[in-house]
Write a protein that binds this ligand. Structure first.
Ligand code: ARG
Ligand code: ZN
Ligand code: CA
Length: 250
C-alpha cells in the first residue's frame, strides 16, 4: 500500500470581531510544519539525524520507535471569518459552520480553529464518517493550541497532530484499556487509561508487555512530551487512507 503524496490542507480561521483568535498565516504555516515533522518521524528522528547517531541511548531509542508514516501536508488555502457568535459558541453552530466552509473531497484535510472553551483542545471525525456526512468531515482545534498560542502545555501544535491521527483512523493508545484489541495497532503497548503530564516509567497494564506509550501522539500527555507515531500506526493510517480517502484529491 502506498501512502498518499501530499495531503492538501485548508484552514478555516473563525475569530472574534476584535481579532481574538485570528491566527496569522505564519502560525498556520508553522502548524503545518509541525505536522510534517511529526508524520515523518517526529522531533526524535529529526534530532537523531542531525546528531548523526551521537544522541543519548534514550534519544536513539525514541528515534527508533518514531516511524515515517509517509504522510506530508501542504497548506493550500485559508479562509477567515470574524464572527463573535461563531467564535465563542463554535460547538453550538459547528454543523452550520462546517457545512458553509468545508472545501474539497475525502482527501482534503479541513481544519477549523475557534475558541472551544477551557475544557476542550480539539476533536475530529473518523475516515468512516465521510461517506455519510461529507460536509462535517475534518478537524476542530482550539486556536490557542497552535504553535505560539497561549494554551499552557498544549501550545506546540500537537493537538492538531493528534486530531489528524484520528482523521486518518487512529484511536487513543488507551482505547480498550489493558484488553484486546486495544487500539488495533500491534506495536503500541496496552494502557489502562490516558496519561497526563509526562510520567516516566508508567506501566498501567503490568500483565501486558511494554511500558505505557506516554510519548505517543495518540496519548493525552503534554505537547512537549509527545514525540512519535509507531510503524504500526503509520500502517493503519495508510490503510484507512486507501480505504476511505484516496482517489479523490490525488
Ligand atoms: N483530548 C483531545 C482528543 O481526545 C486532544 C488531546 C491532545 N493532546 C495534546 N497534548 N495536545 O482528541
Ligand atoms: Zn483524541
Ligand atoms: Ca496496541
Amino acid at each position: 500500500l502506498q501512502p498518499p503524496q501530499t495531503v492538501p490542507v485548508v484552514v478555516h480561521v473563525v475569530s472574534a470581531e476584535d481579532g481574538r483568535g485570528d491566527v496569522s498565516d505564519e502560525r498556520l504555516q508553522k502548524q503545518v510544519d509541525v505536522l510534517n515533522t511529526a508524520y515523518s518521524g517526529g522531533e526524535a528522528a529529526a534530532a537523531a539525524r542531525s546528531a548523526g547517531g551521537t544522541g543519548t541511548a534514550a534519544e536513539e531509542a525514541a528515534a527508533e520507535e518514531a516511524a515515517d508514516t509517509g504522510f506530508r501536508f501542504e497548506l493550500t488555502d485559508v479562509t477567515r471569518t470574524a464572527d463573535d457568535e461563531w467564535f465563542t459558541n463554535f460547538e453550538e453552530h459547528r454543523d452550520t459552520i462546517r457545512a458553509k466552509l468545508r472545501q474539497g473531497d475525502a482527501g482534503t484535510l479541513n481544519i477549523y480553529t475557534a475558541d472551544l472553551g477551557p475544557g476542550l483542545l480539539g476533536y475530529s471525525t473518523f475516515p468512516q464518517d465521510y461517506e455519510e456526512n461529507p460536509d462535517q468531515d475534518g478537524v476542530v482545534v482550539a486556536h490557542d493550541t497552535l504553535p505560539g498560542g497561549d494554551r499552557e502545555k498544549f501550545n506546540l501544535g500537537h493537538t492538531t497532530t493528534h486530531e489528524v491521527g484520528h482523521w486518518l483512523g487512529l484511536f487513543h493508545t488507551f482505547q480498550n484499556g489493558c484488553t484486546d484489541p486495544g487500539d488495533y495497532v500491534d506495536d503500541t503497548p496496552y494502557e489502562r487509561e490516558a496519561a497526563s503530564g509526562c510520567p516516566e516509567g508508567r506501566d498501567t497494564c503490568p500483565e501486558q508487555a511494554g511500558e505505557d506509550p506516554v510519548t505517543n501522539f495518540m496519548n493525552y500527555s503534554d505537547d512537549a512530551c509527545m514525540t512519535h507515531f509507531t510503524a504500526g500506526q503509520g500502517k493503519r493510517m495508510v490503510e484507512h487512507w486507501a480505504a476511505f480517502r484516496a482517489g479523490s484529491s490525488q
